[in-house]
Unconditional design. Structure first.
Length: 482
């Protein structure tokens, strides 16, 4: 089943259950407090927190999402993309816990001949809040094995907005991929970090009015008069299970880019040809993920820039180009990859085709600019290497590494790797100190400007080091990774 069909099936099912189907909103978050749409519920926040009346009692969508906080996981776990699609059904004061659980179970385990997904119910595990007896009985009533219902404390399975207002427990459906992927869950946990139990669908029961308090320690003041249901299922996760693939980068919407990368690099995904490095698979998955995210971001009107959303886009594109170079491809790569990603995505997003001349122009220009950066940085690096050699040293100075980073936009992992090709290391201690100083300056600036709610996690999150074989041990503080 193609990913686009699974998406259709989800929406058709909820249409059948009297939901209004609404199109995805833009990746540019309609909520000004966040940069990107990070979940299916984002466009519905006013109806969930109750600041506006909902135009419909029940609604469903397949929402485009970007999560930069998952970037370090991309290509390394089976299940995290920077771009992904969240399937969601929502009720605003209409059906509640029993209804949401019954719908999820029916769609997950129902007959594929009747448009359901046909998962084996005996492989589904569900985590709930340990006080939620209503969820417990609703789950056992529909047929979930009680031994596979895991009760977790509030810290682990409770939703809130971080301030007084609506809050409530979750029930998360996980699929057991089987003993080949790890040991069976014991001691009443489903290890969310492992590969065996894959979280596929989160049901949030927006049930209580919460009071003041930090973290999850706040009083639950009362049951809300108008309760809401907010659910999110990962389309790519369902797709990779249904398509019998090992991870979300191998589904029909993503894998064609990996195939093209193989052709361009002459290296084999899945390794084993004696030429590929162990990290090559990760790099190929990263490229396929990032190219797709960039395509979708530019499609939604984001342009490369040095701050905000544009900075995220710039980093995604640079990381793609960097990963391609580490795969041995030094010619312009994006003109080879972006059209492949567009073709893989256009079944669900036909607008990409019509807009492709504009999108590709922006993306290709950015690669050209980055290639020029790399060229000028390389000259500076060569000079630095010569200086070290002349003085009989073995390490590039921290000042030079910092200048490369700061002035020429030269990523530190690239400096480390290129220096090591010359048999040199980097004075990482000084580099780190200079980065910290710069960060403090930036923070002071930001405070002074009162920029408000900027998602600074992007600056740390986007730093992901693609050149894993080069262990840059200089960082102790993750926030230094810019
Ligand atoms: P995980 O624990 O695997 O990181 P999560 O708990 O952060 O997932 P939720 O915020 O509950 O995810 O989002 C709802 C659903 O969206 C998840 O159950 C999953 O199916 C999907 N999802 C979340 N993050 C990603 C991602 N980065 N890539 C692909 N799918 C995702
Ligand atoms: Mg997560
Ligand atoms: Mg989770
Ligand atoms: Mg979750």
């Amino acid at each position: 089943m193609r990913t686009a069909q699974i998406r259709r099936r989800y929406l058709d099912f909820f249409e059948e259950q009297d939901h209004t189907i609404v199109p995805s909103t833009s990746l540019i978050s309609p909520d000004p407090s966040i940069l990107f749409t990070i979940a299916g519920m984002v466009p519905f926040i006013p109806y969930i927190v109750g600041t506006e009346p909902a135009p419909w009692p029940r609604v469903a969508s397949a929402q485009k999402c970007i999560r930069t906080n998952d970037i370090e996981n991309v290509g390394r776990t089976t299940r995290h993309g920077t771009f992904f699609q969240m399937l969601g059904n929502f009720s605003f004061g209409d059906y509640f816990k029993d209804g949401a659980i019954a719908y999820a179970w029916e769609l997950l385990t129902g007959d594929p001949e009747r448009g359901r997904f046909g998962f084996d119910g005996s492989r589904l595990w569900v985590t709930i809040w340990d006080q939620d007896d209503v969820a417990l009985s609703a789950l056992t009533n529909v047929g979930v094995n009680p031994d596979q219902i895991v009760r977790l404390p509030r810290e682990e399975n409770f939703w809130d907005t971080g301030q007084p207002g609506p809050a409530g427990p979750c029930a998360e459906f996980h699929y057991d991929r089987g003993p080949e992927f790890g040991p069976e869950a014991v001691g009443g946990t489903v290890d969310p970090g492992g590969d065996r139990y894959l979280e596929i669908w989160n049901l949030v029961f927006d049930q209580f009015l919460r009071g003041e308090g930090t973290g999850k320690s706040y009083p639950l003041l009362k049951e809300l008069d108008s309760k809401a249901i907010d659910t999110g299922a990962g389309l790519e996760r369902i797709a990779f299970l249904k398509q019998g693939k090992a991870n979300m980068y191998e589904i029909d919407e993503v894998f064609p880019v990996i195939q093209r990368v193989q052709e361009l690099s002459g290296r084999t995904y899945g390794g084993g040809d004696g030429v590929s490095e162990p990290e090559d698979d990760v790099r190929m998955r990263v490229v396929a993920d990032h190219v797709r995210s960039a395509l979708m971001l530019v499609g939604d009107g984001v342009r490369p820039a040095n701050e905000g959303r544009g900075y995220v886009l710039r980093r995604l594109l640079r990381r793609s180009v960097r990963a391609m170079r580490l795969l041995g491809v030094t010619d312009p790569a994006l003109p080879e990859l972006l059209p492949v990603s567009k073709d893989a995505m256009k079944a669900s997003y036909p607008e990409l085709e019509a807009d492709f001349a504009r999108i590709s122009g922006i993306v290709y220009d950015e690669e050209d600019a980055f290639r020029r950066t790399l060229e000028s940085g390389t000259t500076i690096l060569d000079t630095a290497v010569r200086r070290v050699r002349q003085s009989g040293g073995t390490a590039i100075t921290g000042e030079d590494a910092f200048k490369l980073h700061d002035t020429y936009g030269f990523p530190i992992d690239l400096t480390v790797e290129m220096a090591s090709e010359q048999g040199l290391s980097i004075d990482t201690e000084t580099f780190r100190r200079l980065m910290t100083e710069q960060r403090q300056r930036a923070r002071a600036d930001a405070l002074a400007k009162k920029t408000g709610h900027v998602d600074t996690s992007i600056y740390t999150a986007m730093a992901g080091d693609l050149a894993q074989p080069v262990q840059f041990l200089g960082y102790t503080d993750a926030t230094a990774r810019v």
